[in-house]
Design a protein around this ligand. Structure first.
Ligand SMILES: [Fe+2]
Length: 239
């Protein structure tokens, strides 16, 4: 059993992730070398930037899956989306059709870093009671939340907190690095993911995995990359 990546942009031509099929194979191959055997493709769903259609996503997924097969790269690609907290997401919440991970038991969401929505934890709680687990992308970027340990704990009781691996090694700047390391050391982060848009991010993810191995030890590292992501995809919030 290998690692499961809950956050990546490895389908070409849908968002600001990889640009071509060749780049897609390169990045997926690198993540495979790091130990990932399941990668959830989570193209952005963000009004005004990128809202790829489900048809385009399915086609890109089929193309990359076939190319991986031809190249002999044994990594399973699953689907998902990185839903930005905007009017489209809120409407989809009301309608019960937020683009979710394969299996429909959990979905990835990001919030505006500069102005965290008020009552975020209540909103997540309501979604949770409807049977789906919200998964919060890169909580280390939400600096106002990271300054309030109690609030981050409350959010982490209704949503899975998934830190970017690259942030652990400083790839996203000193503030995100400090917050990412704090979330992991305090035991608030449930899992880590690559958030790969390119080979550079996959490289940084490798350094993040090394940081985890050194700072929290092999068993906890494996929990955060292997066991917990699998539980999250089952709609379970890990302890
Ligand atoms: Fe992302």
């Amino acid at each position: 059993m290998g690692y499961v990546d809950l956050h990546s942009h490895v389908l070409p031509g849908l968002d600001d992730g990889v640009k071509s099929l060749a780049e897609s194979l390169e990045v997926v191959g690198m993540l495979g070398q790091l130990g990932f055997d399941v990668i959830c493709c989570t193209p952005h769903q963000k009004v005004g930037s990128w809202v790829p259609s489900s048809g385009d996503i399915s086609k890109a997924h089929a193309d990359v899956t076939a190319a991986l097969d031809r190249a002999g790269i044994a990594v399973e690609l699953r689907l998902g989306a990185e839903n930005f907290w905007d009017e489209l997401f809120l409407r989809r919440c009301q309608d019960g059709d937020v683009p979710a991970y394969t299996g429909e038991l959990a979905f990835l969401v990001e919030v505006p870093p500069a102005s965290t929505p008020p009552k975020l934890e209540e909103h997540f709680f309501r979604l949770r009671t409807r049977g789906q687990l919200p998964v919060l992308a890169h909580p280390e970027r939400y600096h106002s939340l990271c300054r309030q340990q109690g609030r981050m704990e409350a959010i982490g009781r209704t949503a899975a907190l998934v830190v970017d691996l690259g942030a652990l090694d400083g790839a996203h700047g000193p503030r995100a690095c400090e917050s990412a390391q704090w979330l992991v050391k305090e035991g608030l982060a449930h899992a880590c993911a690559s958030d790969s848009h390119s080979a550079k991010d996959a490289d940084a993810a490798g350094r993040g995995i090394e940081w985890l191995r050194k700072k929290v030890g092999e068993p906890q590292m494996r929990r955060m990359l292997e066991e917990n992501p699998r539980r999250i995809l089952q709609g379970e919030l890990p302890d």
